[in-house]
Design a protein around this ligand. Structure first.
Ligand SMILES: [Fe+2]
Length: 384
């Protein structure tokens, strides 16, 4: 077995209603200000107040920052760090989807250790020790609560992941109640993102290990087994909980392995055409798998046999192809679009998209099969 290192948050609490229960925060909140980083929608729906009141009842003095936007910019990180300055903030809580959790991660580091955001882009460039950090996801998708990655859109408009051990949080609170109000389109898109994390972690060409593999397999089974129910029956708390746990496990898996070309090809769809991260992933999901097939046959076959009993007795290639067909079928079935033209993207944009994907050099280098510009263009063409 190859040497490996596995990093994980210290504590995970999975309990419905836990985020609005003061008991959850007792002994975890330190005296002094708590910065709660979140977004305007959760504020409007009353979710932020419930969490804030529970924290206050547990003895916290809460300062709310509720201006995190989808696909947050570097400017938002600077803004939140500026607002927190002089507030004697002792800990940071991120409440929301990946955007709020990622901004919370960066705030927790930048409050005690101010540094220019743009110098943190990449792996291991962020310096210093962060404040205590609690993450509470309200979508089952990014898995950011389990990862050491924070993604911001740089001043140049490119997605810029910031990777460092400081961004692994101390406490994750998984409360399925928080995901009950999600519109079905968001449940579907974020759920696909999580499924992509599990598949890319399991088939990663770099750093995958026995622990990340087991997490990826279990995550994939949970996500595949519950995504349709979670989308069709919004109030199904069991399916919501399973999605939330699956999403975190997929986050842990890819944080300790990597993502790959599906993410590299999805990013420019977000930055250039403002598709959500889950929508972007959905469009290129099956076509990139198809490209990876020659290198990933055995791994895809393993996953296929986990979810499709009829594949137990077929050969690896058949089982792997059935897995890709199943993903092809799933995307429209849960209401997601699977063609670039469905989003109004024109053929003349394919070259710019390919250039954008090529900028994700690091993620592309982790892909199980080497991908050049022509290959990338072919994938985009196949889903036009
Ligand atoms: Fe993702």
């Amino acid at each position: 077995m190859d040497n490996f290192q596995f990093n994980t948050p210290v504590t995970v609490i999975f309990r419905s209603g836990s985020s609005r229960d003061p008991e959850t925060y007792k002994n975890l909140i330190q005296a002094g200000r708590t910065l709660l980083v979140t977004d305007p929608t959760l504020q409007r729906f009353g979710v932020v107040d419930k969490v804030r009141i529970a924290m206050e009842n547990a003895g916290a003095d809460v300062l709310v920052y509720n201006e995190v936007e989808p696909e947050p910019n570097a400017a938002t990180v600077r803004n939140v760090a500026e607002i927190a300055k002089g507030e004697n903030v002792k800990q940071v809580v991120g409440l929301g989807g990946g955007s709020s959790m990622d901004i919370a991660k960066l705030a927790a580091l930048m409050i005690p250790c101010p540094q220019p955001v743009e110098l943190m882009y990449g792996v291991g460039k962020a310096k210093g020790k962060r404040l205590p950090l609690i993450l509470i996801p309200t979508t089952a998708g990014t898995g950011s609560e389990g990862t050491h990655v924070a993604v911001v859109t740089g001043d140049d408009g490119e997605k810029s992941p910031i990777v460092g051990p400081q961004f692994i949080c101390d406490l994750v609170i998984l409360d399925a109640e928080l995901t009950l109000t999600l519109p079905s389109g968001v449940t579907a898109a974020t759920g696909i993102d999580a499924m992509v994390h599990s598949i890319e972690a399991y088939t990663s060409g770099f750093r995958k290990n026995p622990v990340s593999d087991q997490l990826a397999i279990k995550a994939f089974k949970l996500l595949f087994g519950n995504i349709r129910t979670a989308v069709m029956q919004e109030e199904n708390i069991e399916a919501r909980g399973n999605m939330l746990v699956g999403s975190m496990m997929a986050g842990l898996a890819f944080a300790n392995a990597t993502v790959g070309a599906i993410h590299a090809l999805a990013y420019p769809l977000g930055t250039q055409f403002h598709l959500s991260h889950g929508e972007s992933n959905s469009v290129v999901f099956a076509p990139v798998m198809r490209f990876n097939l020659p290198e990933a046959v055995t791994l895809y076959a393993n996953l296929s046999r986990e979810i499709l009993p009829e594949c137990l007795d077929v050969d690896n290639m058949d089982a792997a192809e059935r897995l890709i067909e199943e993903m092809d079928r799933l995307i429209p079935e849960i209401g997601l679009k699977d063609r670039l033209s469905d989003y109004g993207i024109e053929k003349k944009s394919l070259n710019t998209l390919a250039d954008g994907a090529l900028k994700q050099e690091r993620i592309l280098s982790y892909n199980i099969r080497t991908m050049d510009r022509k290959d990338i263009l072919n994938v985009y063409k196949s889903v036009f």
